[in-house]
Write a protein that binds this ligand. Structure first.
Ligand code: SF4
Length: 417
């Protein structure tokens, strides 16, 4: 247990955070301006949907999952979810969905508080989804489509793939291409293939830099934590395909590489290195980050932050490479693949233990339900802990239980070292 009398350990601040706040602020104001002035058409896109195509067609792009995460991080979500439940959306389905629809029904958004002048999420002209991550996104956009009377179109992706072979790539590639005519009609722009290639090339550069950022945490001590990653991945989510995101990650990477050279870890006196599987608990980010810090434990790698690494992007073959990139995602894959992937992560990041967040409302991104932790533990000898909780619905979380379980787990790891 943590002794209260011990001096508090310090977390190293990432200086690039200030620049990131500016980048995100410019992004939110930019999309808001597009929606309020009508200068640009607005598309809503799922977080791993075909954002490159939307940008190339000149849309300003809003990501409702990002808004869902903001509702969670500002702890507004829990009070808003019942609003969506009342119109028939179960408390057991995605709490991004229920929080976001609940916020719409109440006419509130955390953007209004953070960015004076913004009054609501940007009104969309079209909703574009991919079910590569889950069906919830299609249902989510379906609700807005009926409510606002605008089209919801998208990609029905195969899931649970072991290998990503030619057939599913061809299928998804054709589905992305089929989106072009309706999107051209809505945007009023003809797709310029060179612009699409340029956007895919920028996404590729962004993804490569983001990968390098996350890989700095292979160093001992690691210069960043999972909790930093959940914040700094913002531009990779909402601005991939733009020069702004590329420029930001160059700055962040340079700072982290310097910290590695200086031996400056994010967690003072790092002793234990963990892997986090599953969604973050947005309303407890600060609390979890602080708790691990005081236990001299760094969560150095995660499935979640790595989900915005898309090695397959290739501007020479934009449609097929987008299809491949969005099919190769961890969340789309079979347990066999996931097991092999996590084994690699354990070795590369020198992981002492794994935490699986079993998020009540996101079975799609909870990987502890079909025996994976036990199999991986047997294969690697690396212990694991399953935490019951949720990404947004804080009623599903027992803070005391979580704290006690984490402390016992770290003690177990330290004894075994
Ligand atoms: S993957 Fe999970 S958190 Fe993300 S939209 Fe789907 S159900 Fe919600």
């Amino acid at each position: 247990m943590i002794e209260q009398s011990k001096p508090k350990l310090l977390r190293k601040t990432i200086k690039a955070g200030e620049l990131m706040n500016q980048v995100m602020s410019d992004y939110f104001y930019g999309v808001n301006e597009a929606a309020t002035t009508g200068k640009q058409k607005v598309a809503w896109c799922t977080s791993v949907g075909p954002a490159e195509l939307l940008r190339a067609l000149g849309f300003a792009v809003h990501f409702p999952e990002n808004h869902g995460a903001l509702l969670g991080a500002t702890r507004m979500a829990t009070d808003l979810i019942p609003g969506a439940n009342a119109i028939g959306y179960s408390p057991d389905i995605c709490s991004y969905l229920t929080a976001d629809i609940g916020a719409y029904l109440k006419g509130v958004t955390p953007l209004a508080k953070a960015y004076p002048g913004i009054q609501s999420v940007p009104k969309p002209d079209v909703l574009v989804y991919s079910t590569n991550q889950c069906r919830d996104v299609q249902d989510w956009f379906g609700w807005y489509s009926r409510e606002l009377g605008i089209p919801s179109i998208g990609i029905k992706s195969p899931r649970n793939l072991n290998e990503v072979g030619a057939a599913p790539i061809e299928d998804v590639s054709q589905q992305i291409q089929a989106l072009v005519p309706p999107l051209e009609a809505i945007s009023g722009n003809k797709l310029d293939l060179d612009r699409l290639r340029e956007t895919v090339a920028l996404s590729k550069e962004c993804t490569e830099l983001w990968k390098q950022v996350l890989e700095t945490a292979k160093a001992i001590p690691a210069p960043l934590t999972f909790f930093d990653g959940t914040i700094h991945m913002g531009p990779a989510v909402v601005l991939r395909g733009t020069q702004v995101a590329v420029d930001y990650y160059k700055v962040l990477l340079a700072e982290l590489q310097q910290n590695v050279r200086d031996g400056a870890g994010a967690v003072e006196g790092e002793k234990v290195r963990l892997y986090w599987d599953g969604m973050p608990v947005w309303g407890r980010l600060r609390q979890h980050s602080e708790h691990f810090l005081q236990l001299r434990t760094n969560v150095v790698a995660s499935t979640y932050c790595s989900s915005w690494i898309f090695p397959a992007f290739d501007e020479k073959d934009p449609f097929r490479s987008m299809a491949q990139a969005y099919l190769e995602l961890f969340i789309v894959r079979s347990d066999e693949y996931k097991e092999q992937y996590m084994k690699r992560m354990i070795e590369e990041f020198r992981i002492d233990g794994i935490i699986y967040h079993d998020a009540k409302t996101c079975p799609n991104n909870s990987n502890s339900r079909y025996g994976l932790p036990k199999r991986l533990e047997t294969a690697t000898g690396v212990p694991s802990l399953v935490l019951s909780g949720d990404l947004n619905d804080l009623r599903c979380i027992s803070d005391e239980q979580t704290k006690t379980n984490i402390e016992a787990f770290i003690e177990q790891i330290e004894e075994g070292k």
